[in-house]
Design a binder for this molecule. Structure first.
Ligand SMILES: NC(=O)c1ccc[n+]([C@@H]2O[C@H](COP(=O)([O-])OP(=O)(O)OC[C@H]3O[C@@H](n4cnc5c(N)ncnc54)[C@H](OP(=O)(O)O)[C@@H]3O)[C@@H](O)[C@H]2O)c1
Length: 284
């Protein structure tokens, strides 16, 4: 199977590249501002998804059977051009090529006012610019592409000391960075290599529509950060906490995702972050 991966230089893209040999894909990956990794099993292409003719030209050259679309920007001037317009370009090119599309979406497209987890069938209710761009991108994918899955995931992390979630928590706990992690923002963090395995399964799956692929435990940002600090030898008690509800900036507080459907549909398992991190801490 020929698979085209956008965002091959990203956190999830790198995990997918590591996982690809297990799947025996012919893999084509894209990069933009970062240099491509030296991976013998992937062919690299420089691509800016904002440019529809460049997207079309790459699809014509590669002729993929499936596409995993991870490329995005979370903010700034590029937010809508990359995250929404770029997704539109990739979606239409995949549809024309008859390629299945696995599109990466997010948990922060909800308003966060719910008590308890959101299901795949709950309406999108974004309250941030990023949430709106991802919600509109997801809606476009599902409306336009007959063979697409929109995978909503949560905070992605690895066990490496240079993981971005771990670095943030360690810097805050050591006083190197100012700020705090919220005790009332709830997420379902997911180990990135477990998500990559689940996405690998979805590439060849018949499932269509929205699917939550996230850890099966709900943690506050602060609890999650404290576990990462403990894993990497810091003092979790030193991690500053704050309440999102006390901030002036509007942020979705509860973005917990129900993952019952994931467990029913996929053989791959994405474990809760508390389970993964406590086990990793025990081993250190
Ligand atoms: N990370 C999380 O905690 C998290 C949580 C929920 C959902 N997600 C979703 O998961 C997906 C992947 O996230 P990630 O953390 O792996 O992202 P990431 O590490 O920030 O990487 C983003 C990727 O997008 C590429 N990119 C940016 N602008 C581009 C453009 N104009 N054209 C083509 N490629 C472009 C980047 O390429 P260069 O670096 O080479 O420029 C990079 O490979 C995203 O769709 C995100 O919404 C992530």
């Amino acid at each position: 199977m020929k698979v085209l991966l956008t965002g091959g230089t990203g956190l999830l893209g790198r995990a997918l590249l590591d996982h690809a040999p297990d799947r025996r894909w012919t893999l084509h990956a894209t990069h933009l501002s970062q240099p491509p990794a030296s991976t013998p099993h992937a062919q690299w292409h420089r691509l800016d998804v904002r440019d529809p003719s460049a997207v079309d030209a790459l699809f014509a050259a590669v002729r993929p059977d499936a596409v995993i679309h991870t490329a995005y920007r979370m903010g700034g001037d590029a937010l809508v051009p990359v995250t929404l317009d770029g997704t539109r370009h990739v979606t239409l090119a995949a549809k024309r090529a008859g390629a299945r599309l696995v599109h990466l979406s997010t948990d922060v497209l909800f308003d966060g006012l719910r008590v308890g987890p959101y299901t795949e069938d709950d309406p999108r209710s974004p309250i941030t610019d990023y949430g709106r761009a991802k919600a509109d991108a997801e809606a476009f994918v599902l409306a336009e592409h007959p063979d697409a899955v929109a995978v909503r995931t949560s905070l992605l992390y690895s066990l490496a000391p240079d993981d971005r979630q771990a670095r943030l928590a360690l810097d805050l706990a050591r006083g190197v960075a100012r700020g705090a992690l919220f005790t009332d923002e709830l997420r379902c963090p997911a180990r990135v290599d477990e998500v990559a395995v689940a996405l690998g399964e979805l590439v060849a799956h018949t499932y269509r529509g929205v699917l939550h692929v996230a850890g099966d435990e709900t943690l506050s940002r602060h609890t999650f950060g404290a576990l990462l600090v403990a894993l990497h030898g810091g003092d979790p008690a030193a991690l500053p906490g704050a309440r999102s509800a006390d901030q002036t900036t509007l942020r979705p507080r509860n973005c917990a995702l129900a993952v019952d459907r994931m467990k029913a549909v996929l053989a791959a398992r994405v474990r809760g972050a508390e389970t993964v991190l406590r086990e990793a801490i025990r081993r250190t």
